[in-house]
Design a protein around this ligand. Sequence first.
Ligand code: ATP
Length: 238
Amino acid sequence: MLLEVEGLCVNYGHIEAIRDISFGVPEGTVTTLIGANGAGKTTTLKTVSGLRKVRAGTIRFEGKDITAMSPYDRVKLGISQSPEGRGCFVGMTVRENLDMGAFLRKDRKTAAYREDIDRVFTLFPRLQEREKQTAGSMSGGEQQMLAIGRALMARPRLVLLDEPSMGLAPKLIQQIFSIITEINEQGTTVLLVEQNAAQALKRSHEAHILETGEIVRSGTGAELAGDDAVKAAYLGGD
Ligand code: ATP
């Protein structure tokens, strides 16, 4: 397992947002958390990246206990997040945003760095066309691409994607999901949070269903996509 979450509990004041969840993300997979609004998906990702503190439980990355580690040190270890709501630096250009994603890297003048920029531009040609445009002047979909590209610039072992398809037109949703598969095939492990369950399950090796802070079902993407209860609750019954 690249990432192991065990007995995780997270509170906001006395609201128990996450209650004793355990799951793993095997290296090389796309692993997905599905759930309705408020189920605790974003909280789980924020806790993995270190932005929220745990009340109880353990998070391990490559077997190492990172539960008390700062977000900064987690990025150094190879965990990077593309946040919900995009979170681009709106006053900065596309290129500057990508450079921010690599803030811990000391190799910015090297061919390896250029290769990573090129990788992002190959995944998202639209970003290359708009390299010098400010993020704030780009469309929602373009900013979503930029947020993912920026997360990749840290050269993560594990990338956390929080609702990458949110608010996008159907055609762009397809494109974002294809890109997630491509990122994974290039060797990056993905922990994905999605409300678009049908698309996400299709592309996931493993998935977990979160309901009010608890994992209620786990299986392969195909198992869950074929499950009647999951279909009724999350796939519009088809
Ligand atoms: P969505 O799909 O709507 O983004 P989610 O599954 O990501 O939902 P979370 O954002 O993790 O859910 O929220 C889980 C629970 O924690 C919800 O009940 C939410 O109201 C609560 N919560 C989240 N953030 C805070 C906060 N900053 N302060 C208080 N409660 C919070």
